[in-house]
Design a protein around this ligand. Structure first.
Ligand code: ZN
Ligand code: ZN
Length: 376
């Protein structure tokens, strides 16, 4: 009996530790602690070249304090145009359409692919508050052609919007078709839980094929979280899509790192001059970068975006992740101006790395392969 209080305290402590473990180290089945992969750890996924990209709560408060009252008014009123909807259903050339923020429709290799779709009014868990979109989506969801695949870079609210993916799934089902969601490791359960079953999840450097077109998840430098207790539980990444007509790349949400040189090296054997050269197009984030002391490791600025364009060996790049949701300290229309300065400093032409208006489409030539050995 004398030992009972001590035993009781031990049981209570064990319960508290267990609950804390479940809350703060709530790993999904995706991260097996015994995995030999360096980016898998018992407490979540990690980046290749920095130990930690997120800042402390104190740093976050300092940023909020310093940016209080900052004038972020854009100097240009709008940068959107009426989408050419006829083109979206008739184009046979590789075509990219910017829908806003990081959402883009890429039509190439016989497939319609949507990246990081967000059509909601706010990039937030709730639609009452949180970053509100400055301009409507460049193409309404109802006007989209059938989407064969949706690529998700990570689970932040401005990239993975529950309402949008649910509506895309419902739209495909209503047409008697299927949209496949290709996602980073750990996110399949989230999709299944909201009733979406056509999901494939991949680890870095893994691929999934649709009609011979390869979708590869590639490493970038970022993090993930949708609540206070799931940080880095699911993976993040960029996407390399290789088809006979077109090789394209989407860098997701990222800080600058050697991951982009690694990506070029990984695909180099497939992208020799005889095989049509490097990526025909890269979609690279150019926004959400101020203040640098807070953002550097998780978000590139346009100068670094330009280095990614060069590192991955893109023939052309288009800047995304700007102009739609005000997430950071620079005005919404600042990224193209800073990109122009970066281009000038690096002698890169605007035709090689520019931006589109929201709703604007751009067509590209198909790859010309010198030999009969096309991309598989
Ligand atoms: Zn993010
Ligand atoms: Zn983002």
């Amino acid at each position: 009996m004398r030992n009972w209080p001590i035993a009781g305290i031990k049981i209570a402590l064990a319960a508290i530790i267990s609950i804390a473990f479940l809350l703060f180290f709530n790993n999904s089945t995706a991260q097996s602690g015994s995995s030999p992969k360096a980016h898998h750890t018992p407490t979540g996924f990690k980046n290749n070249y920095v130990p930690q990209v997120t800042r402390s709560f104190g740093d976050f408060m300092r940023w909020q304090w310093e940016s209080w009252g900052l004038d972020k008014t854009p100097s240009t009123a709008t940068h959107s145009i009426q989408a050419d909807l006829a083109l979206l259903i008739s184009s046979t050339a590789p075509t990219v359409t910017w829908i806003g923020h990081a959402t883009a429709l890429v039509q190439a290799n016989g497939l319609n692919v949507l990246v990081d779709p967000i059509f909601s009014e706010r990039a937030s868990p709730v639609q009452l508050f949180g970053p509100k979109r400055a301009q409507p989506p460049g193409v309404a969801m109802a006007d989209l052609p059938h989407i064969d695949a949706v690529l998700i870079s990570h689970n932040h609210y401005d990239h993975l919007d529950r309402a949008s993916v649910a509506q895309l799934d419902e739209k495909a089902k209503a047409e008697g078709k299927t949209t496949l969601f290709i996602v980073p490791l750990g996110l399949k359960t989230w999709f299944n839980d909201i009733g979406i079953d056509s999901v494939v999840e991949l680890d870095w450097w893994e691929q999934h094929k649709i009609q011979g077109v390869e979708f590869h998840l590639t490493p970038v430098q970022h993090w993930s979280a949708r609540s206070i207790n799931d940080r880095s539980n699911t993976l993040w990444g960029g996407w390399a899509v290789l088809g006979a007509d077109f090789h394209w790349y989407y860098a997701g949400d990222t800080g600058y790192s050697r991951d982009f040189a690694d990506t070029a090296k990984h695909f180099a054997p497939r992208q020799t001059e005889a095989l049509g050269g490097g990526f025909d197009l890269a979609l690279i984030p150019v926004g959400a970068y101020e203040p640098r002391w807070f953002m550097t490791q998780q978000h590139v600025n346009p100068m670094e975006s330009l280095r990614i364009h060069q590192d991955v060996g893109a023939k052309r790049s288009i800047g995304v992740h700007w102009g739609t949701f005000s997430l950071t300290d620079e005005p919404l229309d600042q990224p193209p101006r800073d990109l122009a300065i970066a281009r000038q400093a690096s002698n890169v032409k605007e035709t090689d790395f520019g931006v589109l208006a929201i709703g604007e489409s751009k067509q590209f030539a198909k790859r010309t392969v010198a030999s009969s050995v096309a991309a598989r």
